[in-house]
Design a protein around this ligand. Structure first.
Ligand code: DAH
Length: 335
């Protein structure tokens, strides 16, 4: 009888290990622990055991019963822990998680900063909320200049705000850099600028510019053009070219409009085209005077380019609004 109890215990416990669901567990309970179950039968069989063996066999029956019930209860608790409701098949592949990626404008900025960094420009920064001194006066844009009117600028309302505005150009950072650093200096600045333009395919009230400023002794227009040519070749490819057209900006003299020959995607095909990218020139002596740099000793060049323009031409994007609508289906193409 003792040997029989040992094998019963083993059988019951290995059967419990294969029980896969609540229904099978209930069937097990009826078969082993129920009123007509095998444990009951073992207890009944105790009666037929010779008297002298009864205590040992009785003890063993109780042990076997406790062991089986212990494992049974553990399985029962495990099934109870499975949450109710629709069952989840964890072997299903599941829904794809939307994967993030760099925005096409951020990617363009990364590329520009990378190239300028290799050319020796360190990155400078300035606030988007500016005062009139940094956005206009110090840049030789006089009080009477039409570009300073309320129709062309986002001035902050209210008396406390005074004459603060969202900067219209990153040229503000030229002034901030010259106020805090001594020449020679070579910096670039990347940032958002704001203009109250109606939104259409080529205009947006916020966009990004990259500004460059190099100040040293004997800097000339040749240095400016060489820098821009090298930048164009490194950024757009060896076939890229640079063209300067005479222009006017209050903060440079002489000033030029900057065109670059760049590879653009049109109807899915690459093509080389002249694209207007921004302005440049030799730093006006009045700008140097505004920040206390001696224009007799120091010379410099500056340039400012529109980043969206570069991104749109480079990637064949026909509408600037697409860049700021944040439609993942559009942006994913450039990931
Ligand atoms: N700030 C000018 C603009 O937003 C662009 C520009 C022109 C920047 C000439 C410069 C420069 O640094 O030298 O239209």
């Amino acid at each position: 009888m003792l040997a029989e109890l040992d094998s019963m215990e083993q059988e019951a416990i290995s059967e419990l290990a294969t029980v896969a669901d609540a229904a099978a567990l209930e069937a097990f309970r009826v078969r082993w622990l129920g009123a007509n179950g095998r444990l009951r039968a073992a207890m009944d069989a105790l009666k037929t055991v010779p008297k002298d063996q009864k205590p040992a066999v009785g003890k063993r029956v109780n042990e076997v019963k406790a062991a089986i019930e212990g494992v049974f209860n553990a399985r029962k608790d495990a099934f109870a822990a499975v949450p109710k409701g629709p069952l989840v098949d964890v072997t299903e592949p599941g829904l794809p998680m939307g994967e993030g990626a760099r925005h096409v404008v951020a990617k363009t900025i990364d590329g520009i900063v990378e190239v300028l960094g290799r050319m020796g420009f360190s990155v400078a920064d300035g606030p988007e909320l500016e005062d009139e001194w940094h956005n206009f006066n110090a840049l030789n844009i006089p009080e009477s200049h039409p570009a300073r009117g309320p129709a062309d600028n986002f001035f902050l309302g209210g008396e406390v705000a005074g004459k603060l505005l969202l900067r219209t150009q990153t040229s503000t950072v030229q002034i901030r850099a010259m106020e805090t650093m001594k020449p020679p200096l070579k910096i670039c600045a990347i940032g958002r600028v704001y203009r109250p333009d109606a939104h259409d395919a080529t205009h947006y009230s916020m966009f990004h510019q990259v500004e460059g400023l190099y100040i040293d002794r004997h800097v000339s227009m040749v240095d400016l053009k060489t820098t821009l040519v090298q930048f164009a070749k490194a950024f757009f490819g060896p076939e890229a070219e640079v063209r300067l057209r005479p222009s006017f900006f209050p903060f440079t003299e002489p000033s030029a409009e900057l065109d670059m020959k760049m590879k653009i995607i049109r109807n899915g095909k690459p093509e080389w085209k002249w694209i207007e990218l921004g302005g440049c020139g030799m730093v006006d002596p009045n700008v140097f005077r505004a920040v206390g740099i001696d224009p007799e000793e120091w010379t410099g060049f500056a340039f400012g380019l529109g980043i969206e323009r570069v991104a749109m031409r480079k990637y064949g994007i026909g509408d600037i609004r697409l860049l700021f609508e944040n439609d993942a289906r559009f942006l994913r193409q450039f990931a």
